[in-house]
Design a protein around this ligand. Structure first.
Ligand SMILES: Nc1nc2c(ncn2[C@@H]2O[C@H](COP(=O)(O)OP(=O)(O)OP(=O)(O)O)[C@@H](O)[C@H]2O)c(=O)[nH]1
Ligand SMILES: [Mg+2]
Length: 282
């Protein structure tokens, strides 16, 4: 599998603008996905944390395994979990932000994070209007713009991925809908690696069919049949099957999940074989 990385021009531009803006900010709010708080951390945050205070928001609390999320919250400082769709957790985030407000003006902050983690939804919720271009396509916010309300001046930013992240992190992002499947060789490849991951980690309950010892490719074929992804001759369109499975998984329809544990390890670690892109669990 070639190591293609999704890092289009608007992300490079957004990174440059954020660097320029950082000097004017009081605070950075980083949004991560509660289902993989390590892999969904922004590549910019190490740098930004050196120059500004950072609050972390773990979005999609509603889709995360509650026990594992609790251990993440215990292990990370200045971190708040939220269901941004239901505004659950929002008041605590607002309070934490307003602690940084100087008495003479609004608190200035930037919401940063990788694509599709909920940055625009958080910003909309904080300013109380729906004008930040919330959408479900990774990479929808293409430039940096300011929004003002309730003592806050906030800048939204486009999702920025780490072009140097290891291949395993890209796989996790593709399963969660934070990176395009093309980055990891297409939906079939992403889905097969997800099936391997779930089986190796005793999370078979998230696979929407009954199976015994079949290979991941056969399991995906069964899933494709269940989801009606058939082509002529009764064969399964494996790419479509992979896409539908990943969509069902990332939307939370198959159940709550947390793919990583707080000590920096994944629930089950894996290596990518660089010759054929196969995933080996270690
Ligand atoms: N279930 C659930 N969905 C969420 C949550 N936060 C965000 N979403 C959904 O995730 C999708 C992406 O949200 P956005 O706010 O557009 O994400 P973003 O980080 O601004 O995305 P880009 O600008 O493309 O990088 C939307 O469909 C949101 O409704 C959450 O806490 N729970
Ligand atoms: Mg956005």
């Amino acid at each position: 599998m070639p190591r293609t990385v999704w890092y289009p021009g608007h992300m490079a531009k957004g990174t440059r603008k954020l660097n320029e803006l950082a000097a004017k900010l009081d605070l950075i709010v980083e949004v991560r996905d509660a289902r993989a708080p390590a892999s969904t951390s922004s590549p910019l945050i190490k740098y930004l944390a050196k120059i500004k205070p950072v609050i972390h928001v773990l979005s999609r609390k509603d889709l995360a395994d509650p026990e594992k999320l609790k251990s993440w919250l215990n292990s990370l400082k200045h971190t708040y979990a939220a269901d941004l769709r239901k505004r659950d957790g929002l008041n605590n985030i607002k309070k934490a932000i307003l602690k940084f407000k100087p008495s003479h003006r609004e608190v200035r902050l930037a919401v940063v994070g990788i694509p599709n983690v909920g940055k625009s939804l958080l910003l909309n919720s904080l300013i109380g209007k729906s004008n930040a271009g919330v959408g479900n396509i990774p990479g929808i916010t293409k430039s940096v713009s300011w929004y003002k309300n309730e003592g806050m001046l906030i800048v939204d930013s486009p999702g920025i991925l780490d072009p140097h992240a290891e291949a395993g992190a890209h796989l996790i992002l593709s399963w969660l809908g934070c990176a395009k499947a093309e980055v990891v060789g297409g939906h079939e490849n992403a889905a097969i690696s997800l099936i391997k991951f779930l089986c190796a980690n005793d999370m078979q309950n998230l696979i929407p069919i009954e199976f015994e010892n079949e290979s991941p490719a056969i399991i995906l074929e069964y899933i494709g049949k269940k989801y009606g992804c058939l082509i002529s001759g009764g064969r399964v369109n494996m790419e479509l099957a992979g896409q539908k499975f990943i969509e069902a998984f990332s939307s939370g329809r198959l159940g709550a999940v947390c793919l990583e544990v707080p000590d920096g390890q994944r629930a089950v670690d894996f290596e990518i074989n660089n010759d054929d892109g196969a995933v080996d669990f270690v």
